[in-house]
Design a protein around this ligand. Structure first.
Ligand SMILES: [Zn+2]
Ligand SMILES: [Zn+2]
Length: 242
């Protein structure tokens, strides 16, 4: 039976060979990148900010960056395996806007490089209901489900809600991003399951931190002890666009 399914798979691969998720070059395995596109990824390694995960220069160990010292974020610590560069931007946009859920396992492999510890509950950054209706899925929930399956940490995608439809944040400066997101999120937790929990908040990209800070604020107010953040990518310039 196994032999038969291997023959069927080899025939499918011959007729429809797996392609690179970015450039469509033929690859050995499905849902991966060719050697050339793989080389375009920028994995984040030390030295990096020990709070917001931004890569650091001119230091030899992890430490808080200037921004985190001057304006400490509300979340405790951010994790992301990759820099949000042009190649990754194409993949993430496909993942969240063009029915690209098949890219999930590839992202999950990269997320496993992050050393996320001491977490009680996984909570995805919610979409406004209208955007969810249009897209039919929330990319943060899909990432969260994969992380939950791998780590065995429970996920709750209904406790945090976005009750204000915020415009796309990319073109706004930092102050306007915070203003736009104030009161955008609400926690609905009648059973107080958040009390004394350590939360891992999941999103696709961390840019200014405005969205995850707005979420962390209401999660802490609802009783969480601390909120860590996990994203696929970390923007390294304020001009980064999502
Ligand atoms: Zn490629
Ligand atoms: Zn920082």
């Amino acid at each position: 039976m196994i032999f038969k399914s291997q023959i069927i798979q080899k025939t499918v691969d011959f007729l429809l060979p797996p392609q690179c998720a970015l450039c469509h070059e033929v690859t050995e395995k499905p849902y991966t990148l060719c050697v050339s596109c793989w080389g375009c990824l920028e994995f984040i390694t030390s030295p990096k900010c020990s709070v917001c995960n931004v890569p650091l220069q001119n230091v030899d160990h992890d430490m808080p960056c200037i921004d985190c010292i001057k304006h400490p974020p509300i979340f405790s610590k951010a994790h992301a395996p990759l820099v949000y560069n042009d190649s990754l931007k194409k993949l993430i946009l496909r993942f969240k806007n063009y029915d690209g859920l098949h890219l999930g396992p590839m992202f999950n492999n990269w997320l496993q490089r992050c050393n996320v510890e001491n977490i009680d509950i996984i909570i995805p950054v919610p979409l406004h209901w209208w955007r969810f209706f249009m897209r039919q899925y929330n990319q943060a929930t899909e990432i969260g489900k994969a992380v939950s399956k791998h780590t065995k940490i429970p996920i709750n995608s209904s406790i945090l809600k976005r009750h204000k439809s915020t415009e796309t944040q990319g073109h706004k400066n930092k102050f306007l991003r915070y203003q736009n997101l104030s009161n955008a999120f609400v926690v609905v937790d009648p059973s107080h399951i958040l009390k004394n929990t350590r939360v891992l908040l999941i999103d696709d990209v961390l840019t200014s931190g405005a969205t995850v800070n707005a979420c962390a604020k209401v999660l802490l107010k609802a009783g969480a002890i601390n909120v860590d953040v996990l994203t696929i990518a970390r923007a390294v310039k304020e001009t980064a666009n999502i």
